[in-house]
Design a protein around this ligand. Structure first.
Ligand SMILES: NC(=O)c1ccc[n+]([C@@H]2O[C@H](COP(=O)([O-])OP(=O)(O)OC[C@H]3O[C@@H](n4cnc5c(N)ncnc54)[C@H](OP(=O)(O)O)[C@@H]3O)[C@@H](O)[C@H]2O)c1
Length: 277
C-alpha cells in the first residue's frame, strides 16, 4: 500500500510510519518541519521511509505532498491523520489565537488533507482513512476543553464520513487512545498563558487537574501499541469504526455509557474535588 502518515516527527506518527514500512508498505512521513526528521530516520534504520514537508495547516504543502505521491505511484491507498496538538487550560483562560490554532491543526488541517485524497481513492474504488482522535473525543475533562472540542469534532466528522465514502470502497476509522507516553506530554506540552496563576479563580481546579493528569501520565501506555493497531487497521478489509485503547479507557467508557448522566457527572466531580490541593 502507499501510505501517508502526518505528524511523524515523534509519538504515534513516527512509530506508525516505521511500523507500516516494516509491514511492507511504501510510507510517506509528513513532518511539520522536514528538517526535524532525525529521530524518524534513526528509528527507520534500514527501512525506507520518505520524509516529506507537511504542515497540515498549509494548503500548498498539503497539495504538493498529495500531488507528489500521485505522480510517483498513481495512487494513495491510506491516509493516517495523526498530526495533532493539545491545549491545556480552563476554557475562559485560553486565548482566541490558541483556540483557533488547535482547531486549525486538529480539525481543519485534518479535513482539508482528507478532502484532497478522496478523489483518487474513489477512482480506485479503494482506500483507508485513519483519523487519530482521543478519549477526549468521547468525554471532556476540565482544563482540556479546547482539545476535547477539537477531538469531538474529529469524531463527528469521521462518523459522517464513514457513511459518505463507504459506497466508494473507502474505509474510515477512528483511533481513540487514552494516555500514552509521547512528546505531547513533554516537548509538545501546551498550556495557555496565565494558567497556574494563584490569583486565578480556576487555581484550585487547575491544581486538582495537574495532580490527576500527573497520575494519568505515570500510568500511560506504550505508544507502539497504537502504531501496531493502526498498521493492523490498514490491512483489514472491513475494520471496525472505533478503536478505543489505552489504560483505564474501558472503565471510563463503561462509566460514561452505563451510568445515568447525573451519576457520571457526580463521579467526575467527586474525583476532582478529592484531588484539590
Ligand atoms: N499521547 C497521547 O496520550 C494521546 C492520546 C490521545 C490522542 N492523541 C493524539 O495522537 C496524535 C499524535 O500525538 P502524540 O501523542 O504522538 O504526540 P506528539 O509526539 O507530540 O506528536 C504530535 C505530532 O504532530 C505534529 N504536528 C503538530 N502540529 C503539526 C502541524 N501543524 N502539521 C503537521 N504536524 C504537526 C508534531 O510535529 P512537531 O513536534 O514538529 O510540532 C508531532 O510530530 C495527536 O493527534 C494527539 O491528539 C495522543
Amino acid at each position: 500500500m502507499i501510505v501517508l502518515v502526518t505528524g511523524a516527527r515523534s509519538g504515534f506518527g513516527l512509530l506508525t510510519a516505521v511500523s507500516a514500512a516494516r509491514a511492507g508498505h511504501v510510507v510517506y512521513a509528513g513532518l511539520r518541519d522536514v528538517s526535524t526528521a532525525d529521530d524518524l530516520m534513526r528509528a527507520a534504520g534500514d527501512l525506507t521511509v520518505h520524509p516529506v514537508q507537511l504542515d497540515v495547516t498549509v494548503d500548498e504543502e498539503r497539495k504538493a505532498v498529495v500531488a507528489r505521491i500521485l505522480a510517483e505511484h498513481g495512487r494513495l491507498d491510506a491516509l493516517v491523520n495523526n498530526a495533532g496538538i493539545a491545549m491545556a487550560g480552563p476554557l475562559e483562560e485560553v486565548a482566541e489565537a490558541d483556540w483557533r490554532r488547535t482547531f486549525e491543526v486538529n480539525v481543519f488541517g485534518l479535513w482539508e488533507l482528507t478532502r484532497l485524497v478522496i478523489p483518487s481513492m474513489r477512482e480506485h474504488g479503494d482506500g483507508c482513512i485513519v483519523n487519530v482522535s482521543s478519549m477526549a473525543g468521547r468525554m471532556a475533562t476540565p482544563c482540556l476543553g479546547v482539545y476535547a472540542a477539537t477531538k469531538h469534532a474529529v469524531s463527528g466528522l469521521s462518523e459522517a464520513l464513514r457513511h459518505e465514502v463507504r459506497p466508494f470502497g473507502i474505509r474510515t476509522v477512528l483511533i481513540e487512545p487514552g494516555p500514552y507516553k509521547t512528546d505531547i506530554f513533554g516537548r509538545n506540552k501546551r498550556i495557555a498563558d496565565g494558567v497556574g496563576d494563584a490569583s486565578s479563580p480556576y487555581a484550585p481546579l487547575v491544581g486538582a487537574l495537574e495532580a490527576l493528569s500527573g497520575k494519568a501520565i505515570d500510568g500511560a501506555g506504550d505508544p507502539q501499541d497504537v502504531a501496531d493497531r493502526i498498521v493492523r487497521v490498514l490491512a483489514d478489509p472491513s475494520p471496525a469504526f472505533r478503536h478505543t485503547m489505552g489504560p483505564s479507557t474501558v472503565v471510563r467508557r463503561l462509566a460514561k455509557w452505563g451510568l445515568p448522566d447525573g451519576l457520571y457527572e457526580l463521579v467526575v466531580r467527586t474525583t476532582i474535588d478529592k484531588a484539590k490541593p
